[in-house]
Design a protein around this ligand. Structure first.
Ligand code: GDP
Ligand code: GDP
Ligand code: MG
Length: 326
């Protein structure tokens, strides 16, 4: 059975709502990637070096990243040689298979959902540069866990950006959840501290702490994040339990560089890729996984509270490569 049919079969059992969201959210990427693959296959009757060169270009243009692209194309080439495949569409299937394998090789059975502690609040710290969608993602995650019956507290730890406090406050009102805010330019660690105190007092299940992502100076960022973490763990010893790094898919390889810088500054337990709906270069998910080894836990597929989905490799590849094929 070819991979396409394999993927199709695998996602049959998955929720249609989620499938539709992936397909819609990856529309731009699919139009770009999938149509280029199709056009390539139609232009060649037999596969040669030039075919693989073009294939390489398509992957790089989709932001899969140079290293991973070379690996994937090499693996595809080898297998076509071994199996004696010369038919372009079959080779494209093999390619998708290799994309799948490259991701799974980095580790399987990843739990996307936040694992809650038995007792006391679970703390999630959210980091990333300005404008990537941290605050929006916090609101989306809050919604997700409120819907699952959890008591959520938001902590407006971005005291740097004007309006950031107010923005999170508006979300908390919409969500009907509690929030701890500070003043503009207040030490973010002190807001985090107030947040932890409040979390313990009011017995919340999940605390989500916003931060200002100032990456201009790595040392500064490192100091700020470690101070926030120190203060958090002073109140809740093993916290933060999770640190999510938010990456904007539309920033392409620059996003990968940001991710590397953050990874050097703090321990990251998961990545959330936002604005997948706004990019035609959906390959960035594979690049992030390959170059950082950190799992993508959720993806943002729009600006609304419900536009967050768990990352699912099958759905992703289906959305990227097949979707609603006519
Ligand atoms: P922050 O500076 O990292 O906190 O970023 P914000 O949460 O303020 O978001 C910056 C902009 O990106 C806002 O206009 C959001 O509506 C938008 N945004 C966030 N996530 C998504 C997403 O998944 N898709 C789209 N299309 N826009 C998003
Ligand atoms: P420092 O500023 O480098 O000394 O960092 P600290 O770890 O001492 O604390 C950072 C911020 O968190 C402080 O400015 C306080 O506002 C807050 N904080 C930390 N620990 C406490 C505490 O025990 N009580 C109170 N009220 N605030 C604290
Ligand atoms: Mg923000």
């Amino acid at each position: 059975m070819g991979l396409f049919s394999f993927l199709k079969e695998k996602i049959v059992g998955k929720s249609t709502k989620q499938k539709d969201k992936y397909v819609a959210g990856l529309d731009k990427s699919r139009r770009n990637f999938s149509s280029k693959l199709k056009s390539l296959a139609s232009r060649y009757h037999k596969v040669d070096e030039a075919y693989f060169d073009e294939l390489e270009e398509i992957l790089i243009e989709a932001d899969v990243g140079v290293n991973l692209t070379l690996d994937i194309v090499e693996a595809t080439k080898n297998e076509t040689r071994i199996k004696g495949i010369t038919e372009p569409t079959q080779i494209n299937e093999l390619l998708v298979d290799k994309m799948f394998v490259s991701y799974v090789q980095q580790g399987e059975n990843i739990i996307n959902e936040i694992t809650f502690k038995e007792n006391g609040p679970t703390v999630l710290l959210v980091v990333g540069v300005n404008g990537v969608g941290k605050t929006t993602t916090i609101a989306k995650l809050a919604k997700r866990y409120i819907d699952k019956g959890k008591k959520v507290l938001l902590v407006a730890g971005d005291t740097f950006r004007a309006g950031a406090q107010e923005q999170l406050k508006v979300w908390s009102e919409r969500l009907g959840c509690e929030i701890v805010t500070g003043k503009e330019n207040q030490d973010p660690a002190s807001v985090a501290y107030d947040g932890m105190v409040k979390a313990k007092q009011s017995g919340v299940d999940l605390v989500i702490c916003d931060t200002a992502g100032r990456l201009q100076n790595k040392l500064n960022l490192m100091n700020e994040l470690s101070k926030i973490k120190r203060v958090i763990s002073k109140e809740i010893p093993d916290a933060p339990h999770e640190t999510f790094l938010i990456i904007d898919a539309t920033t392409g390889q620059n996003g990968v560089l940001q991710a590397k810088a953050f990874k050097e500054c703090t321990e990251v337990t998961g990545v959330v890729i936002t604005k997948m709906d706004g990019t035609s270069k959906g390959g960035i998910i594979l690049a992030i996984r390959d170059e950082l080894g950190i799992p993508v836990r959720f993806i943002g597929l729009g600006e609304k509270m419900d536009d967050l989905e768990e990352f699912d490799l099958d759905q992703y590849l289906y959305g990227l490569c097949l979707g609603e094929e006519k």
